[in-house]
Each structure stands twice: as structure tokens, then as C-alpha cells.
Ligand binder design. Structure first.
Ligand code: SF4
Length: 702
């Protein structure tokens, strides 16, 4: 009874970009439990196991509770904040003085609120003169952002979750929402239209098993398949010619380009029946409300941007955009990946302005009341170039915030070696035990979700509020307070005098958004976000003055057929197919796929492994899925220990014999620390996103 709650409040979940509402049960201001929020327009009373365990992961002995400084013997010892801030400033400034201003970089995250993200980007680039910084969203959403920008004129996912329930045909490409976005999948299950569900995926995922059609293509045949479907739609006059003529450019080029992709030859290459392509194309062409969804199977590919645009092309030429149940819809991964895309101030000037444009620099400088000279005229290097900069000795100092690249970056052993070359490395994180924190000279302990406030932007562009419902342990501080401390010790506190608390920064973000497609000037403030169950961008002053006091709960983009390019038209973009850089051969005959393995774990498990419940729901030891025929040939039994080798490294894991993967392929979940010892560092040339899902391996029984 002593733990009984005396009140409740609602906050957005801090794991994935579904952005569910959680009802927090408070006693004397401290959360003692939670339940899914029944009135929140996103999740309608549902939550996945991670959401249910969101409070538990805060109570961990692995939490960083004081700043830690690495001594000469290599071990970390606790220090106070004054010494930590001074060490930070001396360390970063020291590198800049010895090697030049551009010799320090930061690696940011999609895990912190938009206000902290903006503070970090502004402080680093406008206050501290750090030229290069990028986010871990480069690992998940860069491809979608690049594709949208080129095709629509702005990084603008058009949909609202209601579309899952409104479609009569849903197409999932490289996407497994059953486990990766389970609440979105629940919305699909509520669809009353008896929808056709088409899954394009090399692996027989949980979603593929529940689909009405599964096109189990050979890996990286997705782009050719999408072109073949496009060709079929054009050949069979399943095109919305009025929409194409009025709202797009590039149709003739598209038509000529895809003419080479006939159903028979693409089916042969992809290893599927021609009839399955025809059936899928017919369902798409004849559906009245068709939505196409993609996630990491597309984004994490060396030709990801063009594949995403092939999906966008299909939505455009069939007129499946701007209406209920339609759209070319990228589902986001991290809780605030979209906040990072809009506000991180790395490769784009904050609010999706351009560093290269003087007018944009002036607008941002005015909105921030800063001297325009503070704003550099070029964007940062992308993540892979920053890592390359460490290799070349151009980057000597690194500040890593709420991300774990020593686990998650592609070809992990190489990255770990490179971190050893740095002169000064700071890791700012909730946990002092991450693989990356072990490399740090200085660890700054930060508060996590539930211990601070701010806003996240979910996959459907909804700003949702997170709240402080717990005290952070020990001396851990909200990242916001850490940035304020750094600004003070760096000597630029005056420049950030207005950045007093998250809601003050939210008002700055509103000013920065004015007249952009992501305009949020109509939002009254945190109180309204709380009262409305979050608000989707755009919600401009003009929107808010049109009669309704509160914004509608479900809004989609492009209802008027106008896109964000100057001519109002979307671009139909096509390209040549690229070959896989490391195809299997006699020595390495198996193609390794990686991805999410379970609903209960999150990325590198930094947080989710802190929950005994979540740990129980998933094998703690790494495993590899092997096709039964391959297992027979290799004389491998289910449960046997095997070695998996690539040209980069070797790991020892347990064999799981299953027909979820086709012959010649294997699958290892990304959550395990070992997986990226095998992966090959190659990237999409347009987005810079790593291609995690195609490297050649061999499997040897122990
Ligand atoms: Fe949280 Fe995502 Fe689970 Fe919803 S689906 S409860 S946002 S982790």
C-alpha cells in the first residue's frame, strides 16, 4: 500500500519511434509504475514489452552516477562535476589548439529530446567551433531522409497511423513491424478492409508469415523488383495519369528506364515465380487505397536511397498519396530520429535549412539572436567520413552522446581500433558500461527518459512530450544541464542565455520552423502538447487560426497534391542497379543478413538488457539462423556451437536451424555485441548510410 500512486500523468515512450503514450503512476512526484495510455491517439491503450519495462531499466547498477575520468592505469575513477567540466574544456580545447579547430567531432543520437539535440548542435557548431558532427540516425534514417528530400523537396514522411487501418493494400518492403513496430502492426490487425498484405523480404519474418503475399527475393533484388512492378503498372495502364501529369516530373524517363525490367527476367534473378510479381503488381495497381511502408531492409543498403525512391515512384504513379490509407511511408526507428533529422544541426542547418545559403544562415541567426558569423557556411562531414577522419589522423578528439558506435558501427573491430588512436574521447551516457564508454577518457553521466523533459517526434511527425517523473541517480544530470554546464565552462553562456530550460528551447525551435514545411508556430506550448496527445507537424499559426482550437489527431501531408519543390511537383527518380560489393564465393559461400531479432530488445541492448523481464524474453547468447539444407550439408545440429567467419573477423554463436532464411543465407540479430565484427563497411553513396545486410561469411561447426 505504501507504493500506491497518488496521481498519474502521461508521457511518450522513449524507446522506438512509434511514440506510444504511457500513463505514469506517481507517488510524491516519483513514478512507481506505468500502464499504456488508453486515450493517446498513437497506441490506443497498447504497449509492447519495452514500453512496459521503461521504468525498470532506470534502476540499474550499470547507471553512470558520477563523472568518471580515466587514469594512467586505464581505469575510470569518480570525479566531481567541476573537475569534469574543466577536463572536458581542457581536453577538447587542447586538441583544437594542437591540431586545428576541425580536429574535434561529435557523434550524436536519435535518443535525446529535440530541445537537447538542438542545444548540442548549436553549442558545438556555433559556440565551440566544432565543424564536424553527425548522428546515429545516419545508421537508420539517412536514406529515407535523402530520398524524401530529392523526391518531395523536403524530408517529409506523409502518413498518419490511421493509414494502417484505412488501406485495402499494404506493402511492406524490408520491414518487419510484427516485432520491430508491434503497435503499428496492431493497427494493421484492426484494419476492417480485409487488406492485401504484401511483404517483400529475403527472410520469412513474423510479418511475412502473417502476409497474404510474401515475395521472398534474393537479397538486394528489391530495386529491380520494384522497377519490374513499376514497368508492369505502366504496361498494363494501372497508372493515375491525371495525378502524374499534374503533380510529378520525370515520368517519361521513368517509363524508359523501367522498360528493361521485365517480369520474367527479374523473377529469375530474384529467385521467385513471375506470377508472384504479377499478383503483387495487380494488387497495387487495382487497390483503391494502397500504402507502401519501408524500414531498415531498404535504408541500410548500398542502393537504399534509390530503392526508397522506387517505392515513392510507385505511390506517385498510382496516385496513392495524400488520401486516407495511402502513402510512400518510411517508418522511423529511434524515439527521436525525426528530431535528429530536423534539429541536430549537423549536415543540415537546424530546421532543415541549408548551411550553404546565406539567407538561411541569416534567418537562423536572427531566430537564435546570434551573430551570423557564428554559423558556418558548410555542413558537417557525414558519419563515415568522420570515422575515416579518425583513421587519417584528421580527427583527434571525439564527443559521443547517447550512442554506442563501438557496438553498432559497421565493421566494429576497425572502429574500436580507431578509437584507440584518439587523443581525447568523451562519452556522455546513462550507463558507464557501454562498449563505447570503455574507450572514453571522460564519462559524463546523464539522466534518461523519465528523468527529464522535452519532446520527441515520432514516425508520423507527432511531437510528443516526455516528462520528469523520476530523480536521476547520483549526480547524473539531464543532457540539457550538461550542455548548459559546458556552455558556461567554455565561456559562451551569454550566447545561450535564452536556452534556460527545454520549453524555452522549444519556443526557439518554433521560431526556427517558421515558414518551413515543418512549421510548428501554431503550437501553444508543452501544455497543449500534453492536452492534445501530441501534435503532428506542420501546425502553423495560420493552421491554428482556422477555427479549431486543437489540431486534429490524424493529419497527412500532400492532400492538395502539392509537394515541397519550388514547382510543387514530386520528382520520379531512377538509377542503375548496383552490384553487391561482397557476393558469396567458394570461400565465403553464405550471405549474412542482420536485423532486429525480437520485440523485447532494443538496438545494442544498452537499456533493454537492464530489465530482467526483457532479458528473459530473448536468448542472451548470440545465435545464427541457418537453413535446414545448408545445416545438413555442413553437418550442423540445432543448438550446436558454430564459428561464423567473414573477411573481417570470426565469432562463435549457437546454430538455430530454421527455414526463415533461404539456402545460402544466414541471419544474426544486430542486438548482440559480436554481430558487427563480421559486417563489411560499405555505404549508400547518396545518404552515407551503412549497408549492414549483405556480407559473405562461412560457417564452421565446432
Ligand atoms: Fe514504446 Fe515503441 Fe513499444 Fe510503443 S512500440 S511501447 S513506443 S517501444
Amino acid at each position: 500500500a505504501s507504493m500506491a500512486a497518488d496521481t498519474t500523468t502521461t508521457a511518450t515512450c522513449g524507446f522506438c519511434a512509434t511514440g506510444c503514450g504511457l500513463r505514469l503512476h506517481l507517488r510524491e512526484g516519483q513514478a512507481v509504475g506505468l500502464t499504456p495510455e488508453t486515450k493517446y491517439p498513437v497506441n490506443l491503450g497498447m504497449a509492447c514489452p519495452k514500453g512496459w519495462e521503461a521504468l525498470r531499466v532506470l534502476d540499474s547498477p550499470e547507471r553512470a552516477t558520477t563523472p568518471l575520468l580515466r587514469g594512467a592505469d586505464g581505469t575510470h575513477r569518480p570525479i566531481g562535476w567541476h573537475e569534469a567540466f574543466q577536463t572536458f574544456v581542457d581536453g577538447i580545447r587542447g586538441v583544437q589548439e594542437r591540431h586545428g579547430m576541425d580536429s574535434v567531432a561529435f557523434l550524436s543520437t536519435g535518443q535525446i529530446p529535440s530541445e537537447e539535440m538542438a542545444f548540442l548542435g548549436a553549442l558545438a557548431r556555433f559556440g565551440m567551433g566544432i565543424k564536424h558532427g553527425d548522428g546515429n540516425t545516419r545508421q537508420c534514417m539517412a536514406t529515407a531522409a535523402t530520398a524524401y528530400k530529392e523526391s518531395f523537396g523536403f524530408d517529409s514522411p506523409p502518413y498518419t497511423y490511421d493509414d494502417f487501418e484505412q488501406s485495402d493494400c499494404l506493402v511492406f518492403v524490408g520491414s518487419n513491424p510484427c516485432i520491430a513496430h508491434p503497435i503499428m502492426w496492431e493497427r494493421v490487425l484492426r484494419n476492417q478492409n480485409q487488406p492485401e498484405i504484401i511483404v517483400i523480404d529475403p527472410r520469412r519474418t513474423e510479418t511475412a508469415m502473417a502476409a497474404t503475399q510474401h515475395l521472398q527475393i534474393r537479397p538486394k533484388n528489391d530495386l529491380a523488383l520494384l522497377y519490374a512492378i513499376t514497368n508492369y503498372l505502366i504496361q498494363n495502364d494501372l497508372v493515375d495519369h491525371d495525378f502524374v501529369a499534374s503533380n510529378t516530373t520525370g515520368f517519361e524517363t521513368l517509363q524508359q528506364h523501367v522498360a528493361a525490367f521485365d517480369v520474367e527476367s527479374v523473377a529469375r534473378e530474384a529467385g521467385i515465380a513471375p506470377a508472384s510479381i504479377v499478383r503483387a503488381a495487380e494488387a497495387i495497381g487495382k487497390g483503391t487505397a494502397v500504402s507502401l511502408w519501408w524500414t531498415m531492409g531498404v535504408n541500410q543498403s548500398y542502393q537504399g536511397t534509390r530503392t526508397a525512391q522506387a517505392i515513392i515512384n510507385i505511390a506517385l504513379i498510382t496516385g496513392n498519396i495524400g488520401r486516407p490509407g495511402t502513402g510512400a511511408n518510411s517508418i522511423t526507428g529511434q524515439c527521436n530520429a525525426m528530431g535528429s533529422r530536423l534539429w541536430s544541426n549537423t549536415t543540415n542547418l537546424m530546421g532543415h535549412h541549408r548551411f550553404e545559403e546565406e539567407a538561411d544562415r541569416r534567418k537562423v541567426a536572427d531566430a537564435l539572436s546570434m551573430d551570423v558569423e557564428c554559423i558556418p557556411s558548410e555542413g558537417s562531414w557525414k558519419y563515415d567520413r568522420i570515422i575515416e577522419g579518425v583513421r587519417r589522423g584528421e580527427i583527434k578528439g571525439l564527443w559521443v552522446i547517447a550512442t554506442n558506435p563501438a557496438h553498432s558501427w559497421i565493421d566494429q573491430s576497425d572502429v574500436r581500433k580507431l578509437f584507440g588512436k584518439l587523443e581525447f574521447m568523451v562519452v556522455q551516457d546513462m550507463y558507464h558500461t557501454t562498449e563505447t564508454a570503455r574507450h572514453a577518457n571522460l564519462v559524463l553521466p546523464s539522466a534518461g527518459w523519465g528523468e527529464k523533459e522535452g519532446t520527441f517526434i515520432n514516425s508520423e511527425r507527432r511531437y510528443g512530450l516526455i516528462k520528469k517523473v523520476r530523480r536521476a541517480p547520483g549526480e547524473a544530470l539531464a543532457d540539457f544541464q550538461i550542455f548548459r554546464g559546458i556552455a558556461h565552462y567554455w565561456g559562451v553562456a551569454d550566447q545561450f542565455a535564452e536556452w534556460t530550460d527545454p520549453e524555452a528551447v522549444f519556443r526557439i525551435l518554433q521560431r526556427l520552423s517558421r515558414d518551413q514545411p515543418c512549421d510548428i508556430t501554431g503550437i501553444e506550448g508543452y501544455r497543449q502538447l500534453d492536452a492534445c496527445g501530441g501534435i503532428q507537424w506542420p501546425w502553423s499559426e495560420a493552421d491554428s487560426q482556422q477555427g479549431t482550437l486543437d489540431p486534429p489527431q490524424q493529419r497527412r501531408l500532400f492532400e492538395d497534391g502539392k509537394f515541397f519543390h519550388a514547382d510543387g511537383r514530386a520528382r520520379l527518380v531512377v538509377d542503375d542497379i548496383q552490384s553487391m560489393p561482397e557476393s558469396p564465393n567458394e570461400t565465403y559461400p553464405i550471405l549474412l543478413l542482420t536485423g532486429r531479432g525480437t520485440v523485447s530488445q532494443w538496438h545494442t541492448q544498452t537499456r533493454t538488457r537492464q530489465s530482467p523481464v526483457l532479458r528473459m524474453l530473448y536468448p542472451n547468447e548470440a545465435y545464427v539462423e541457418i537453413n535446414p539444407v545448408d545445416a545438413d550439408e555442413l553437418e550442423i545440429e540445432h543448438g550446436q556451437t558454430v564459428r561464423v567467419q567473414s573477411r573481417r573477423g570470426e565469432i562463435t554463436v549457437t546454430a538455430s536451424i530454421t527455414a526463415t532464411v533461404r539456402r545460402g543465407q544466414a541471419f544474426i540479430p544486430m542486438h548482440y555485441d559480436v554481430t558487427n565484427r563480421l559486417t563489411l563497411a560499405h555505404f549508400d553513396p547518396h545518404s552515407g548510410q551503412p549497408s549492414y545486410k549483405d556480407c559473405a561469411v562461412r560457417i564452421i561447426p565446432q
